[in-house]
Design a protein around this ligand. Sequence first.
Ligand code: DP6
Length: 396
Amino acid sequence: AMAAERALAMATCTAPVNIAVIKYWGKRDTDLILPINSSLSVTLHQDQLKTTTTAAASRDFTEDRLWLNGKEADVGHPRVQACLREVRRLARKRRGGGEDTAALSLSYKIHIASENNFPTAAGLASSAAGYACLVSALARLYGVEEELSEVARRGSGSACRSMFGGFVQWQRGERPDGTDSLAFQVAPETHWPELRVLVLVVSGEKKPVGSTAGMQTSVETSPLLKHRAEVVVPERLAQMMRHIRERDFEGFGQLAMRDSNQFHATCLDTFPPIFYLTDLSRHIIALAHRYNAHHGHTKVAYTFDAGPNAVIFALADTVAEFVEVVRRSFPPATNGDQFIRGLPVGSATLSQELVAAVVTEPLPGAVQYILHTKPGPGPQLVDDPSQHLLGADGLP
Ligand code: DP6
């Protein structure tokens, strides 16, 4: 084959954020990112939260380069390098070792540009979407079509779950090489059309301890985490799968809250302890429980990751009322402009009884805004070349 190798190739993908309802916390292998327990998450819709990544390879590039939200970043980061190496390995395997000269050369340097459609400062889990998107764009660039959650996992554990839409399980796997530590879809995003998600973006402050470092200290010191991984999670995972299959919101919501609480209990059981929940988190937790108690059943469910934002699950018919409860409890600091973002929220009038029972001592300005979203699909290919984040010169 005498065909010339392609001089420049480019691929752009988008990928979603996910929120775990059975949490991942703890690795049995820190290099391969193998977890001590399986986890289960809901993929959020990319109309509200997504990462876009363009990967380009060219004969003319002299070094690998990476830009995150327009600023050049370290392409040598071990996790970025692991993803790159693994995608290239799959590409080589696919080409069967032979020199397919029509295919993009694996020795070309690459340029990668990635950006989020949401403020990074808001502390919304961006590494899961980021690595899922990186791996998707690289795979597209090199023509790899294999199952890629195993590769995304090498970027960030939770990223493997962002490789699918809807409801996703990351099974811990048993093998030491991690080949069975994969994500798979439990149910598509269309499975539960009434399910909604409210992200309560709280004001300011970065998280004290990153999840990577935090979970390692937990593995080393928390007996509760060990019990959780060995005994609690296997039971809960089976229960959660059933609640999702049956679209049982009460069961789903209660278990999501309990699992979030147990995750934060393992953080307190870590020595020295780690605190991700704040006074405001506790206010939101209490508010959700008062709201549910007032209605006599579980209408909203909260979950918190390694940061201060609250994620609330509810069914569509509850959203307007609960959003009004949040607005009354945390009155917007300014004129309330853009307090509600994302999917439209209807208006609701609260009864005197509801206000009296649920809204206690308002905290003005504590919640910056509410993002209304829902479950959504997995990574997408962006066909339109005008959407590439890199120009024909390979620069942002
Ligand atoms: C609390 O996936 O960010 O959000 O694998 O070290 O990159 P690394 O950690 P990461 O941890 C996520 C922890 C969590 C729970 C979850 O998403 O399951």
